[in-house]
Write a protein that binds this ligand. Structure first.
Ligand SMILES: [Zn+2]
Ligand SMILES: [Zn+2]
Length: 298
């Protein structure tokens, strides 16, 4: 068995490629980034020099997997035409940025229907993706990963069935897949605390989309209770899910090659990332699967 792909979301302060240095500094071998400021619609032009540094440093720093997360402003489910258009253009930009860095997966929140109803929202997301795919054919190797959400308010993507409903209406399904966030899943009602709950979650995923639709795990413990629809991330083992829930996923051979990425609170010194990564590694049964940089002797 090959190594687990473990890492965290890292800041791009100083350039997107700086995230690789941060990922390597905590001993991880996977990373998630925003490819531009995630709270702004417009980013600067793609920095070709930094993209070149990325492709050089990624293997040099032993980072085996990279994922980008799209801006939180994007809402492809919006019933408002102006916001929908703006969101569509912004997501095309996200795909082009990721493509320039050879990042294969862009995680996207499916969006919120804001009152138009789930069915209308789902149609809107699928139509937006169809147009995006037509308008950016050059990005066909950069997949959009619809993220499983906690289901707060009118947010779409609160179950695998709802994600399937979106994907079903996408013409080119080779360009979409999903990301499962443990905190969101738990808040949405998937009980990751128990073997039965985990098995039931995977059975549903298998039936709705197939296990191979899941390309990325976000590893966050949950401050919110099971089924609370409250999206509050906390440190591994310090929330409602608990360490066993993560151990079960880490030791499940079906996730071989699937990046597992923290999005837990932290300061600039990344001490919390180190702590959470160590906690995850302590849960791994087969020590040979621990990324080299995270071993006790590293
Ligand atoms: Zn997210
Ligand atoms: Zn997430």
């Amino acid at each position: 068995m090959t190594h687990l792909l473990l890492g965290a979301h890292m800041s791009i302060a100083g350039g997107v490629s700086q995230a690789l240095d941060r990922a390597a500094s905590v001993g991880s071998n996977a990373v998630q980034v925003f490819t531009k400021n995630n709270r702004q619609w417009q980013g600067p032009p793609i920095d070709e020099e930094d993209a070149a540094r990325w492709s050089q440093e990624k293997p040099a720093q032993h980072i085996c997997a990279s994922v980008s997360h799209a801006s939180y402003l994007i809402n492809l489910a919006s019933p408002k035409d102006d916001l929908w258009e703006k969101s569509r253009r912004a997501h095309i930009d996200e795909l082009r940025r990721a493509h320039a860095y050879a990042i294969p997966h862009v995680v996207l929140h499916p969006g919120a229907h804001t009152g138009s109803g789930s069915e209308a929202g789902i149609r809107r997301v699928a139509e937006a993706l169809n147009r995006i795919h037509a308008e950016a054919p050059e990005c066909d190797d950069t997949l959009t990963l619809l993220e499983l959400m906690a289901g707060q308010g009118t947010t779409l993507g609160r179950s695998f069935a709802e994600l399937r409903a979106i994907i079903e209406q996408v013409d080119d399904r080779s360009r979409v897949a999903i990301c499962a966030d443990t905190c969101h899943a738990f808040a949405a009602g998937y009980d990751l605390r128990s073997q039965d709950g985990y098995d039931a979650m995977l059975e549903e995923l298998g039936q709705e989309l197939g296990l191979d639709a899941l390309k990325v795990w976000h590893f966050n413990d949950s401050k919110g209770a099971l089924g609370s629809h409250v999206d509050r991330h906390t440190h591994i083992g310090e929330g409602e899910i608990g360490e066993d829930g993560f151990g079960r996923i880490l030791n499940d051979a079906r996730w071989q090659g699937i990046p597992m990425l923290l999005e837990t609170p932290k300061e600039d010194d990344l001490a919390e990332d180190v702590k959470n990564l160590r906690r995850l590694c302590a849960l791994v049964d087969d020590a040979d699967r621990i990324p080299p940089g995270l071993r006790d002797d590293a």
